[in-house]
Design a protein. Structure first.
Length: 451
């Protein structure tokens, strides 16, 4: 069996596995050639139920522009990065080979290319059957779950601002030139630099927020939703977890780590992840201590303290020195974090040993503070290593801007934004599936070695 990132494909080939790499690089995809990429996508896209539904909706009406051909051309507009329907239509009129792959009648020439109002009607029809497009996405995620046995082991969630460049909402709802669904969002970032000076950065935008859950290893989307920009991220994260459990229970069951930045630092989510799903949260923390204390005393201990970041220290009774205790691991059955005496663990003489009540180690229940004391200790190297995998969702967000052209889009309305994102993700998953099933392991190996 070939093994790459836990997946199993036909024959045994030795290869070096490098942690946290994409299944393939996006530059590697573009080297396939436009038409080859497009053919792979429409071949593996599970759209038959949608097509039959749309054809039944049309009934016995005129079929000047076949449903399947129009559908394929819309997909082509996304994969070939056309910013508008008019740009797509010009390409179809120019490129007879593309018209043929989409399924248009070559004998009609450029007359086979649908008018702009045909696309408008078709898109409105897709809004009506949006749930069927969503089923395509869920089906692709399930298919990849079977093909990649470790897909979903580490999930990362993030909120991405999608700015609207349309005219702001006017007084008349029927004015289609305006943006009537969006509102203002604000993100505030705070921190302290190396010199101890605090800083603050405020980001404001008019538009929407994409809430996205991705596999941190393969950089593939597994769940998402789009809301107004002002929507709080925390309740949306709860909703996405519940939806993922409902639509693809296997991914939630195999998930070990849930990653997020401090914007989603939520004690309820941390508790829910572990208590209900046995998922270890690796979520950055905000300082919620309202008092001026930098440390607090561990209950039941005379000289053991901790800070708001979850680092535990031992205060030497003789020298009054603060030394960080060695992390000894998470004891799942007890629900405790174990910390060892620094003198014993690191091998030095402690002058306050006789007065210290820490004989060799202590245990701190995670129930003491669910935000601070998590199943993966915040002070451990393991926490930092896993948290660094969160950059996967940032790379996916960058791809949304640069490849799918959301950095400067021309869409208006949350329905259009959601539909284009859904179609974009479906095509990415479909192409991934095609590359796995076509056994293109050599390009994957080259990509991994190049990294």
């Amino acid at each position: 069996m070939i093994k790459f990132h836990g997946a199993h494909i036909k024959k045994e080939v030795p290869m070096a596995i490098i942690p946290q790499k994409q299944l393939f690089g996006w530059n590697d995809i573009t080297e396939l050639g436009d038409l080859e990429r497009f053919s792979s996508i429409i071949k593996y896209l599970p759209d038959e139920e949608l097509m039959i539904t749309l054809e039944n909706h049309r009934g016995k009406g005129r079929d000047d522009y076949p449903i399947r051909a129009v559908w394929n051309s819309i997909l082509a507009g996304i994969i070939f990065e056309h910013e508008s329907i008019e740009s797509l239509r010009r390409e179809l009129q120019r490129n007879g080979q593309l018209r043929e792959i989409c399924g248009f009648d070559l004998c009609k020439g450029i007359k086979a290319v649908p008018k702009d109002y045909i696309y408008s009607r078709f898109l409105r029809l897709l809004f009506k059957y949006y749930d069927l497009v969503q089923k395509m996405f869920d089906r692709l995620v399930k298919d990849l779950t079977s093909l990649l046995p470790d897909l979903g082991k580490t999930l990362a969630i993030d909120g991405k601002a999608i700015q609207s460049y349309a005219k702001r909402k006017g007084n008349h709802e029927e004015d289609m030139r305006g943006e009537h669904d969006a509102d203002w969002g604000v993100h505030e970032y705070k921190g302290t630099d190396k010199k101890g000076k605090t800083w603050k950065k405020v980001k404001r935008w008019f538009g929407f927020t994409l809430h996205l859950v991705v596999d941190a290893k393969y950089e593939l989307p597994v769940s998402f939703t789009v809301t107004k920009a002002s929507k709080n991220e925390m309740p949306v994260a709860h909703m996405l977890l519940s939806r993922l459990k409902q639509e693809n229970e296997e991914i939630v069951d195999r998930c070990e780590y849930w990653l997020s930045d401090k914007g989603q630092d939520d004690g309820k989510m941390i508790k829910k992840l572990w208590d209900e799903h046995k998922i270890k949260s690796v979520i950055d923390i905000r300082n919620m201590w309202k008092d001026c204390d930098k440390t607090r005393l561990v209950e039941g201990q005379e000289n053991v303290i901790y800070n708001w970041k979850g680092t535990v220290y031992c205060m030497c009774p003789a020298e009054n020195k603060m030394r960080e205790m060695a992390y000894g691991g998470f004891e799942e059955k007890r629900g405790t974090l174990k910390y060892k005496c620094p003198a014993i663990n690191y091998g030095f003489e402690c002058t306050g040993k006789k007065k210290c009540n820490v004989k060799s180690s202590i245990r701190i229940p995670i129930t003491k503070d669910r935000r601070i004391f998590t199943p993966v200790a915040r002070s451990s190297y393991k926490w930092k290593r896993i948290y660094n995998m969160r950059t996967a969702v940032e790379r996916v967000n960058s791809r949304i801007d640069n490849v799918f052209k959301f950095e400067k889009h021309k869409l208006r309305g949350i329905k259009k934004i959601s539909l284009k994102l859904l179609l974009s993700f479906c095509m990415l998953l479909s192409l991934t599936k095609s590359r796995i099933e076509n056994e293109q392991e050599e390009k994957m190996i080259q990509f991994l070695k190049a990294g």
